[in-house]
Design a protein around this ligand. Structure first.
Ligand SMILES: *Cc1c(COP(=O)(O)O)cnc(C)c1O
Length: 319
């Protein structure tokens, strides 16, 4: 397998910039994880960098994962496999039929895409892994969304980047907001906070799909898995804030107000955001700040990427 030189050392910190508009009565900053320099950026690229380290320790010849073939996760795993000269096999729910830029990219990176009914996913994964083993191949399986300890580790590191920025700039963020989906991003940030001993600030995951109970449960499980025996002593339930108030009815759905926020940020800041994750969460954050009457605080929003999704909306709109 081939090296990806970028992933051989730790990724460089992404930039944190102050936004020009106050969006109410706070000072807003954005961490530009959309600029991670691999496969059009984003949090899945950060997670992939951690999975890369694990894969390099093995003699894997094919990377397997699960997810919608239009997802950022599948695109980045397919990209990583192509860069490493490894095969890539993606198992995708057949209920998902939308063809997006990510779908085309997954195909163009040469991944095998296998669809099956969502109810058969676990069985299909298992039998496919076995079939490869029977052929003498050595598959490496990555959970959907880049879930699991390597994914959590990626955002624990981001938490450290944020702390380093704060001490360098002599500022402190009272809140950190981000789009929360499968939960590894949030789990990593919360683990970073729990392990640092810092207790005051709030990390708020804006759900882009899941309802609160399930979403929170999955993040908590990831935290438990990562902290392992330290979980009992370090974990505090009130540090896990996951809100489903801005999910607009579920994955991929959004309102006209979300679009208006995206258009405003595009013109005012020159920063593109997609409707599925980042724009929806940014809009949710503004609503949360307003509804909770949060004022005079320093707020950090993490732009978690999703560039190809941005272009889906762009090419769908006409002049
Ligand atoms: C996957 C994704 C998220 C959510 O991250 P999770 O770790 O799954 O919660 C947020 N933003 C973008 C652009 C994503 O692709």
């Amino acid at each position: 397998m081939r090296e990806i030189p970028l992933f051989e050392k730790e990724l460089e910190s992404t930039c944190i910039q102050e936004l020009s508009d106050s969006y109410g009565a706070n000072r807003l900053y954005m961490k530009r994880d959309d600029t991670v320099p691999f496969s059009f950026g984003g949090n899945k690229a950060r997670k992939a960098a951690e999975f890369y380290r694990e894969i390099r320790k093995t003699d894997t010849d094919i990377v397997m994962t699960y997810g919608s073939n239009s997802s950022n996760h599948c695109r980045i795993i397919a990209n990583m496999a192509a860069s490493m000269g490894l095969g890539c096999h993606i198992i995708s729910p057949q209920e998902n039929v939308t063809v997006l830029n990510n779908t085309r990219l997954v195909r163009d990176f040469g991944a095998v895409i296998e669809t099956c009914p969502v109810s058969c996913v676990a069985k299909t994964i298992e039998s496919r892994i076995q079939a490869y083993r029977d052929q003498g191949k050595r598959p490496y399986f990555i959970e959907g969304g880049g879930h699991g300890n390597p994914g959590t580790e990626a955002y624990r590191k981001v938490y450290r980047e944020i702390e380093a920025y704060e001490s360098g700039q002599n500022i402190r963020f009272d809140y950190i907001f981000h789009a929360s989906g499968t939960g590894a991003t949030q789990a990593g940030l919360v683990c970073g906070q729990l392990l640092s001993g810092e207790q005051d600030r709030q990390i708020i995951g804006i759900s882009i799909a899941r309802e609160e109970e399930r979403g929170r449960g999955v993040v908590r499980d990831s935290i438990r898995q990562y902290l392992d025996e330290q979980f009992e002593t370090l974990y505090r339930e009130e540090k896990l804030i996951f809100t489903d108030a801005y999910r607009c009815g579920g994955y991929g759905r959004y309102t006209k107000e979300v679009e208006e926020t995206i258009d405003f940020v595009m013109q005012r800041e020159g920063i593109p955001m997609d409707t599925t994750y980042v724009g929806k969460a940014f809009h949710g954050m503004l609503a949360y700040l307003k509804e909770n009457q949060i004022r005079d605080r320093k707020i950090l929003f993490i732009h978690t990427g999703g560039g190809p999704l941005f272009f889906d909306r762009l090419s769908a709109s006409c002049l």
